[in-house]
Ligand binder design. Structure first.
Ligand code: UDP
Length: 327
């Protein structure tokens, strides 16, 4: 079996990726420091606890498993925190990724799949966001991811590191089999916070700003189901195995929904009221992030199957209700 090193495999997206890799016949080896991940989410392959900043530990893991590729999910990813603690983002995300990339090259592991973000684009009024849109991030989270993309390009030129970069739009939903799902501490993301509020597990949702230049004044995002997202990663891995070269792909559906529209859909799916109040804007938020690219579909053959808002909320709600909330 082919080993794939999955950093952040104990986290939300990484754990779903491990399941998809195992289903595709690979052995996902999770490397995670468990700062934001959960060991009980590592179900589909071996677990190695370690930090991206620990080069000796990384070298040990590369030597032990001889992975054919790296899938790099481990990162700090909260926009709000990135505004107040940018140093953590530059250190953990950029220095940590540089360590990982150097360890991969030293071990001769030259296939790299990287989880980047649409937050690297920043605000572009009425511009279709495709992979050629200038990257002008508004926060240290997006800036850190853009920097890692640059590192990958430099390492390809110097060391032949082939890479697929995925720029995610907003990821939601959960494994429909209920084996893994979304769970952050602290939680900052819209869908889980909203489900908590519906369930009375926390106070009302605060809508961050109603004065954006959008039809209802709230921010617009392009939501993609986590299972569809990780399917694209398996296709990205095959792309590298087939020696098709380094490439950037947006992963979004092309449909945007405002915060208020997500609330309305959640009411309909759960048949419950969504308690919410209106608050000020959250620093660092872009007005609208919607993918205008069809590259992943055209070139990778990616075909999202669960990325309607209804299905994403229904899958997340089922996960939420099955008691996985309590850890
Ligand atoms: N949002 C909100 N209230 C919350 C959390 C998020 O209104 O408690 C909004 C946020 O301003 C953004 C959208 O929901 O417009 C999605 O935010 P999230 O943090 O889920 O993802 P991000 O877009 O930051 O990656």
């Amino acid at each position: 079996m082919t080993n794939i090193l999955v950093t952040g495999g104990a986290g939300y997206i990484g754990s779903h990726a491990c399941k998809a890799l195992a289903n595709a016949g690979y052995t996902p080896v999770t490397y995670d420091n468990l700062v934001t991940g959960w060991q009980d989410a590592v179900k589909f392959g071996p677990f190695e606890q370690g930090d991206l900043l620990d080069r000796a530990r990384l070298d040990e893991v590369f030597a032990r498993y001889q992975p054919a590729a790296v899938m790099h999910f481990a990162a700090l990813s909260q926009v709000g925190e990135a505004m107040t603690q940018p140093g953590r983002y530059w250190s953990n995300n950029v220095t940590g990724s540089l360590n990982l990339i150097e360890a991969a090259v030293a071990a001769g592991c030259l296939n790299f799949v990287f989880s980047s973000t649409c937050a690297t684009y920043g605000d572009h009024d009425n511009v279709v966001l495709d992979e050629n849109t200038p990257q002008l991030p508004l926060n240290a989270y997006g800036a850190s991811k853009r920097a890692i993309e640059d590192i990958l390009r430099d390492f390809e030129a110097a060391h032949g590191l082939r890479h697929v970069i995925f720029r995610y739009f907003n990821v939601a939903g959960a494994d429909p089999d209920g084996e893994v799902g979304e769970f952050h501490r602290p939680e900052t993301h819209l869908v889980p916070l909203m489900l908590d509020a519906i369930d009375g597990k926390r106070d009302a949702l605060t809508v961050f700003g109603t004065d954006y230049d959008t039809p209802d004044g709230t921010c617009i995002r392009d939501y993609v189901h986590v299972c569809d997202l990780v399917d694209a990663h398996v296709l990205g891995l095959k792309w590298l195995e087939d020696d098709k070269g380094s490439r950037v792909f947006n992963l979004g559906t092309g449909s945007g929904f405002s915060v208020m529209e997500v609330i309305e859909h959640s009411k309909a799916v759960t048949n419950r009221e969504v308690p919410y109040n209106i608050g000020p804007r959250r620093a660092g938020d872009c007005t609208k992030l919607v993918s205008g690219s069809t590259r992943a579909k055209a070139e990778l053959g990616w075909s999202p199957k669960r990325s309607t808002l209804e299905t994403m909320i229904a899958d997340a709600w089922r996960w939420h209700q099955n008691g996985h909330y309590e850890r």
